[in-house]
Write a protein that binds this ligand. Structure first.
Ligand code: HEM
Length: 194
């Protein structure tokens, strides 16, 4: 017997957006109050921590673009029939992108923190760095919203595409204000600064 669809409720997106906002703000507060330390970081064999972050972040950017193409394909928006393996591939590559993002963000939040105002009373923190840090925290709030959207059977139909689109937009902005800026400034052969 087919399942009767669960009634749609606005409570799901409202609760998810509230939980996501709380997560983003808590990460930002942690980034401000925590004393940044390079202890507990790794280069994964790259020359510097920043080289490792730039390479992984480039991979995250590519995976994010593949996620959007995969989602459009699954929703039948590309006009070509989606293969049967696409749903599983979309979930696996999404999980890999999330794990890599948590790994890189740990190296940002733990070792550098959320930088705003002035560096230890010295020069002003560049606007790019502030935007990167704030949106970096927002990304993990958007992850909470996206997971809620995927899991809930009672959310309105617009919730999943909006949650996915929000996460994608934030992630791309974080990639462009970090690895994008770095590669534009120093190129692939650039020397790490940390
Ligand atoms: C959790 C929130 C995050 C905070 C507070 C944060 C903060 C920072 C800060 C302060 C820097 C140094 C910027 C500079 O010296 O100009 C940085 C660098 C970097 N971050 Fe993040 N970040 C976060 C999340 C992320 C995420 C999710 C990614 C990857 C998707 C990422 C990728 C990078 C990369 C590649 C760099 C090196 C390039 C650069 O210096 O801008 N960050 N981050």
């Amino acid at each position: 017997m087919a399942d009767t669809p669960a009634p749609r409720s606005m409570a799901v997106p409202l609760t998810a957006f509230t939980a996501g906002a709380v997560v983003a703000v808590l990460l930002g507060v942690f980034g401000k109050v925590h004393n940044p330390t390079i202890n507990g970081t790794t280069t994964l064999g790259f020359r510097t921590v920043i080289d490792m972050k730039v390479v992984l972040t480039t991979a995250i950017g590519v995976l994010a673009i593949l996620q959007v193409i995969g989602a459009l394909w699954l929703y039948g928006k590309l006009g070509i029939r989606a293969p049967s393996w696409l749903g599983a591939a979309h979930r696996i590559s999404g999980a890999i992108a999330l794990l890599l993002s948590v790994f890189v963000a740990y190296h940002c939040l733990w070792a550098l923190g959320l930088e705003t105002g002035r560096f230890h009373g010295g020069p002003k923190v560049p606007m790019r760095t502030v935007v990167h840090g704030v949106l970096g925290c927002a990304v993990f709030g958007a992850v909470v919203v996206k997971v809620a959207a995927v899991r809930s059977r009672r959310a309105p139909g617009w919730f999943l595409p909006v949650a996915g689109g929000l996460l994608f937009a934030l992630l791309i902005a974080v990639v462009l204000t970090s690895a994008g800026w770095y590669l534009d400034t120093f190129g692939w052969a650039g020397y790490g600064r940390y």
